[in-house]
Structures are given as C-alpha cells and as structure tokens.
Write a new protein. Structure first.
Length: 464
C-alpha cells in the first residue's frame, strides 16, 4: 500500500437508499425490511472463517514478496492454487514492468568535513562514482538553475516543492555529475525518483541535520566531495495478476453487472507485508470461498494484483486492457489493502474524489446493520481502487487509519495482525457484495462517475 495522505472529510451519515425512505422513518416498515437483511447477512457472516484468513496471511508473510521476484511468483502460485481448491478456474495474467534493484553500496565523503554522513539511496537512482565540487542548488527548480553551470559538480539540494526526480533531472541538465538531496524535516529521507530515466545522475539522500551542516560548510569555502552508488540496476521484469470469476448462478435471471473484489499481493523490499497486503489478499481468498456457492445474479471477480507497490502497475494493466464493453459492466470495485493491523486506527473507505458511490453506500448500509454505525469515507488514492475510479467505476479502498507504525518495515509481521479487525472487515465487505449480487437485491442502483483527470493519485510524500 502506498502510504496515504488523505484529506480528512469523513462522511459518517448513512445512505438510506438500501432501505428506502420508510425504513428510515417508520418503525413497522423498518421491521419488515430488516428481517430479510438479517437472514441474508447471516448467510455470509456464518460462513466466514477468520482462521482461514489469518493462516493465509501467515503463509504469505514468511518473506517479502517484491514484484518480479521468485517470492512474488511463489505467492501467485499459492493464490492460484487456493482459488482452484475452491472450485474456480483461476486465470494468471502476466505483464511486464521496469524493475529496480537497489544499490549494494552508497557512500559520500567530503574533504575536511568531520561530521558523520549516512547517505541513503533513492529508488531508481543510477550507479556511478563521481568526484566534484559541492554546489548549493537551492530547491533544484529550473528557474533557480537557469544560467547556472554545474558541469562536473555535485549539486546539494533541499527537499520541497518539486519531486525528487525533477530535482535530479534539473541538476543533470545544468551539467551536475551527481546530486545530494537533504530532508526539510526531521528523520530519514526514503524517497523515489518516480521511475527509470536514462538522464539521471547518481543521487543520494541525507537527513535535515546532515544536509544543513554540509550546506553551511560548503557555503564557507570551496569543497570537493566523492559520491558513490554501486549495484543499482534497472531491468524489465514480469509480474502477474490472479483472477477468479464467479458467474451468475442462473443465466436466465443474470444481470450484465460485474463486481470486482481485489487486493495486491506484492510487498516492499525487506517487509514481509503481513498487513500490507497479505491481509487484503487473504481476505479476498476467503470471500471467494464464502461466496462461491451462494445464489447470485451478478458476476463477481476476485483479483489479486501484482506490482502495486511500484505504482499500481498490475491493477492499471488490468483496467487498461479490458475492452470498453467489459469496463461498462463493472459496477463496483471493493479494494482491500491493509485491513488487519491491531496497531492501526479505525476502518475508513477512501474514494479518489472523496465522494460517495455505490461501494460506500453498500458498505455503509452493511456496517450500519452489523455494527450500528456506518463506516466513514474520505478522499484518498494510492492503492488499486485508483485505476478503477479513473475509469469511471465506483470504487473504494478499505483501510484502517491512521496506518500502523510498522508500515513498510521488517516489523510488518503476523504477530501484528488482529483477528477481530479481519472479521469485521470481512463481514462488512462480504455482506455488502452479497447485498448487491444476490437475486432480487434491494440495494442502491450503480451510478457511473466521471473519469478522473488526475493520473498521479497514487503518489505520496516519498516522491517529493
């Protein structure tokens, strides 16, 4: 999961369209309406086995599942075989992407500078061994570097305003042989240049304290530095989406609608990814098992996506390669990402525009019935609901916020997982999906939303 920066504008009011006006205002009508819902909800709730979810998380989170690696491939095989064990004909969809191997060595030494420097690398930085004079380059914006000759120099740039990739490209265009970017806030700087580019020069990151001390030193006198990045590699790799499809039970009574329930199965480097996102993957598998044999008039697709952590690559590939006629059939995307951490906050649904849609309406209705409180929604991207939302499909991310302190670290392990949270989310999503997919459903009608123009909703603070 790409760490979210969400505009908190929670809308906790329940949409009553699933019940009708009488259900909201008249007690007798409410009693009549609620009885069938109780029966249908329990049909799903009683079948959910939280131990299945927990055990599958445990299996998947033994090692990091970085996209394009053998570990991710093993996860794909496990997911495919699990779907097949439930009676599905699982499809594995292959796609290629530009993969990055981080450097094995990153070093920085400065003549006469006695303070310790502990440089880190940026994702997609290139290898190189350069020596040159340090040049103060402000924020690295084009207007700041206009007319400045950085030929052979190492540009020292402060974080802020523009992306890290732009800073490196601007400095390189001015002739810089290397780049140092230092933080504008306390703490380590772990960033990405956003993607591969053959115009990059070697770049490293420093903390705010390190960068400010180095800037003060370089401002007082000409200073030479040596910057080395070794082992960084960019190459084409393969990843996969895994798709299991439940067809309508009765073809004669079938609608033409499709509901997608999904998650991502990859993790980041060094992180076992128990919560991010073995939790969502394991829940997708369990909901596929629970819903397999219940009568429905709507097609349900259960999908786990690859390479989410590298920029929503798998889900984007899936959506972009569907024919328009198929896209028009998809009425909802339920995206499960980071749904089990005991150290995270409360459940929230994120939509790309912060507005309600069919997914939030169905889930608010189900959470109201199950818990007495509708799950709130807010604006947020940075996960696999984004490509669906951009295509005009009602979509929402289910996540607990604020995120846990173990996010994207080696501590994202099975012992941090809460069975209570897993059970809660599985019940809300499972009953919401069934509410719309079952015969003679009474839920709200799907409404297509305008295609989003912002294609960078998955970006986060690690980019600039």
């Amino acid at each position: 999961m790409k760490k979210p920066i969400v505009k908190i504008a929670l809308a906790a009011s329940l949409t009553f369209s699933a019940f009708g006006t009488q259900a909201a205002l008249a007690k007798p009508a409410e009693t009549v309406k609620n009885q069938p819902y109780k029966v249908f909800d329990q049909k799903i709730v009683n079948q959910i086995n939280v131990d299945n979810i927990y055990n599958n998380i445990d299996y998947l989170a033994k090692v990091p599942r970085v996209a394009g690696t053998e570990a991710e491939h093993d996860a794909v095989q496990f997911i495919k075989n699990t779907f097949k064990s439930y009676g599905y004909d699982a499809e594995v969809q292959e796609f290629t992407f530009t993969g990055y191997t981080p450097p094995s060595t990153t070093s920085l030494s400065v003549e006469g500078f006695t303070e310790n420097l502990n440089p880190s690398s940026f994702t997609y930085t290139v290898s190189g061994d350069v020596t040159g004079e340090i040049a103060l380059a402000g924020l690295g914006k084009k207007e700041e570097l206009a007319g400045v000759d950085l030929t052979g120099k190492i540009a020292l740039i402060k974080r802020g305003e523009i992306s890290f990739g732009e800073k490196v490209l601007n400095a390189a265009a001015a002739g810089a042989a290397g780049v140092i970017i230092y933080n504008n806030a306390d703490g380590a700087l772990n960033g990405t240049l956003g993607g591969a580019n053959d115009k990059y020069v070697p770049a490293v990151a420093l903390t705010k304290a390190e960068g400010e001390a180095l800037a003060a030193y370089a401002q007082s006198q000409p200073v030479n530095a040596s910057l080395k990045v070794e082992g960084a590699k960019i190459e084409e790799r393969k990843s996969h989406n895994v798709i299991a499809t439940k067809k309508p039970t009765n073809k004669k009574k079938a609608t033409n609608d499709v509901i997608v329930v999904g998650s991502h199965h990859d993790s980041v480097e060094l992180a076992p990814g128990a919560n991010d996102d073995a939790s969502g993957t394991a829940m997708t598998l369990e909901l596929a098992r629970v819903l397999k044999d219940v009568p429905t008039d709507t097609e349900i697709r259960f999908i786990t996506f690859g390479a989410e952590e590298l920029g929503l690559i798998g889900s984007t590939y899936y959506v972009d390669n569907l024919p328009q006629s198929d896209l028009n059939r998809i009425i909802a995307n339920f995206n499960l990402d980071m749904v089990g951490s005991k150290d995270a906050g409360d459940l929230v649904m994120n939509t790309i525009d912060g507005q309600p849609n069919l997914v939030t309406e169905l889930a608010q209705a189900s959470s109201q019935r199950l818990n007495g409180v509708p799950t709130p929604y807010a604006e947020g991207g940075r996960s696999d609901h984004v490509p669906f939302g951009e295509a005009g499909i009602p979509a929402a991310l289910f996540i607990h916020e604020p995120t846990e302190p173990w996010y994207h670290t080696p501590e994202d392990t099975i012992d941090k997982i809460s069975k209570e949270k897993l059970q809660d989310v599985a019940e809300i999503v499972g009953t919401a999906v069934y509410d719309r997919a079952r015969f003679d459903h009474m839920g709200p009608k799907p409404k297509k939303v305008k295609k989003a123009k912002n294609k960078e909703l998955y970006y986060n603070e690690n980019v600039k």
